[in-house]
Design a protein around this ligand. Structure first.
Ligand code: DGT
Ligand code: CA
Ligand code: ZN
Length: 576
């Protein structure tokens, strides 16, 4: 049983208990446990083998015992009993906008609705509006929500797919005779969601590699198997295919399988103009039919007279022409990032102390760490109120003394942009902080005019330096706020406020497309992990991938500036 499967069951239990009306405490316990497993960064089964389940924060004895049963037997008696009592499909109704646990229970008891199709039918037949607490308006919202869910594809978020692909690749690399393994396709291009995994291996003898692939314990069923290619469905429902090529052809095959299709088409046209035909096998000279194979992609691009084009740029958006003209951007790399400017500590909903966060940042080579806990007005995170800020300032200063010059700490805030457009802290309080990130977590569903006006007010506040996760979208299932983006980008460009690329794989906000638009509008960007615990700093590469897909150079990303330049920039923005 893999971590995502355990997460799914724990979440499902939480949802079903909530619908049943069990104690809030119990419901939260399961959700917290699911969140812990999701953020674990380790194979839960390995932790269990070491006897370490009890030590996972949020795992009480009862939950640890249930997870142990799941890992040992692949099933859970408690869950089996629960879904005899209450249909498991009710949990999916909670994902529909406007549907809380009480309404779901009511629908089940009064109308016999147990799943999404049933809910859609009841809403379409006008049977929801007469239920207590509902009306025509909420019936219409439910219907629209279900339609939006139906058109949502079942693509996997990059954050879920990448570890799976890397685990498969690592196992295959360890096989004797395997020269190279590379996940290709949209995953290698770091698209925010991927349809399936396309994995390429280089080996002289394909048979044992194919055999190892289809015999993996996480394979649910084999969809197809040939001598050099196999296709499977993993137990999580994700699909994966493997091609095995001779090492001498690996570059040609990797280029083809990385795509995108549009990039391949542009490259093929470019080759044709030089009398060369490009296919997954390599190049063929049309004049004499001579076939040329390539062991590396770099060699293939060079044969076409092009520099290497980074996979993140291969979307058929003019990158072949740019490469030919010598105008490819010098894309940002993770090692360019020296500052992390949006992070939490145990002063709000973070799980570690300021000092622990600093040590983790130092271990990752960072030079500047801003602690930007949520402002107290965002109730659930219990962040500092305005009166607490001087005390936190002292804590940051004390940590700085302990750390010396190993890293520079900044006291900041992730100040809430309230529903009325005002900020959660007074200007006087904001002026005392070293850096201010302003974000919206509430009332994201306001009208376009309202939500845009809030955002513009925040951008025009002279104390705001960065807008955190600017659109509020979540992957895969929360659409962004209905913002007038042209107005927002123009205001950010004028005021010099940086727009965040939030690197948390559930957010990736700004997206690649919007980050590109922000650069074109003249905005500065800021890549941040929004770390709530030390290992969240490892999300950085996701944010860097988004920036690379946007074509961003380090110059436009404030986290890549030297600490001196960053501090000078902050000082220019009117700080003490
Ligand atoms: P996905 O899986 O939907 O997230 O997107 P990709 O880009 O991984 O696409 P996929 O899995 O259908 O195919 C993998 C790669 O194979 C793709 O990126 C480029 C290549 N490819 C697939 N079909 C074609 C095609 O018809 N023409 C060309 N030139 N390349 C193709
Ligand atoms: Ca694919
Ligand atoms: Zn945050």
């Amino acid at each position: 049983m893999t971590n995502p499967e355990v997460v799914a069951i724990l979440e499902r239990i939480g949802d079903l208990l909530e619908i049943k009306g069990e104690s809030r405490f119990k419901v939260i316990a399961y959700r917290k446990a699911a969140e812990q497993v999701r953020d674990l960064g380790r194979d839960l089964a390995a932790v269990h083998r070491e006897g370490g389940l009890d030590a996972i924060p949020g795992f009480g004895a009862a939950i640890a015992a249930k997870v142990a049963e799941l890992l040992d037997t692949g099933s859970l008696g408690y869950y089996t009993k629960l879904i005899e009592e209450i249909p498991a499909s009710l949990a999916e109704l909670l994902r529909v906008p406007d549907m809380g646990p009480k309404k779901v229970k009511l629908l089940w008891e009064q109308l016999g609705v147990v799943d999404l199709p049933g809910l859609a039918a009841a809403a379409a037949a006008g049977r929801l509006r007469d239920l207590p607490g509902m009306g025509e308006k909420s019936e219409a919202r439910v219907l629209a929500g279900i339609q939006a869910m139906a058109t949502r594809s079942d693509r996997a978020p990059l954050g879920d797919a990448l570890p799976v692909a890397e685990a498969i690749a690592a196992d295959l690399r360890a096989l004797p005779g395997v020269v190279a393994v590379e996940p290709a396709g949209s995953l290698r291009r770091r698209k925010e969601t991927v349809g399936d995994l396309d994995i390429l291996a280089a080996a002289v003898d394909a048979a044992p590699v194919i055999q190892a692939f289809v015999s993996r314990p996480d394979v649910g069923r084999i969809l197809g198997q040939g001598p050099v290619k196999a296709s499977v469905e993993l137990v999580t429902g994700m699909r994966a295919q493997l091609w095995v090529h001779p090492p001498a052809h690996f570059g040609s095959a990797l280029l083809y399988a990385t795509g995108s299709k549009d990039h391949n088409v542009a490259l093929r046209e470019f080759a044709l103009a030089q009398g060369l035909s490009l296919s997954e096998h390599g190049l063929k000279r049309l004049a004499d039919g001579e076939e040329i194979r390539f062991a590396t992609e770099t060699a293939l691009y060079a044969a076409l007279g092009l520099p290497f084009i980074a996979p993140e740029l291969r979307e058929g958006r003019g990158e072949v022409a740019a490469a030919r003209a010598g105008r490819l951007p010098r894309l940002v790399e993770s090692s360019d990032v020296v500052s992390t400017l949006h992070n939490h500590s145990d002063w709000s909903d973070g799980k570690a102390t300021i000092l622990e966060m600093a040590e983790a940042a130092i271990a990752r080579g960072l030079k500047v760490l801003a602690i930007t806990d949520h402002s107290g007005g965002l109730g659930i995170t219990q962040g500092p109120k305005e009166k607490d800020l001087p005390r936190q300032r002292e804590a940051v200063r004390a940590a700085q003394v302990r750390l010396g010059d190993r890293i520079r700490l900044l006291q900041g805030s992730e100040v809430e942009i309230r529903a009325d457009g005002s900020l959660d802290f007074s200007d006087a309080a904001l002026a005392q902080l070293d850096i201010v990130v302003a974000s919206m977590h509430v009332s994201l569903r306001q009208s376009r005019d309202q939500v845009t006006a809030r955002m513009l007010a925040a951008i025009h506040n002279p104390h705001v330096d960065i807008i955190g996760h600017p659109t509020g979208r979540m992957i895969p299932d929360r659409a962004r706020a209905d913002l007038d983006l042209d107005a927002v980008l123009a205001a950010a460009a004028t005021t010099g406020v940086a727009l965040e690329i939030n690197a948390n794989p559930r957010r990736l906000d700004l997206s690649d497309v919007l980050a590109r638009r922000a650069l074109e509008a003249g905005c500065l960007l800021s890549i941040n992990t929004d770390a709530h615990q030390p290992d969240h700093f490892d999300f950085l590469h996701f944010g860097v991938a988004v920036a690379r897909r946007a074509g961003a150079e380090p110059e436009r990303i404030i986290n890549c500036w030297t600490p001196e330049r960053l501090l000078a920039w902050l000082a220019d923005r009117g700080r003490p």
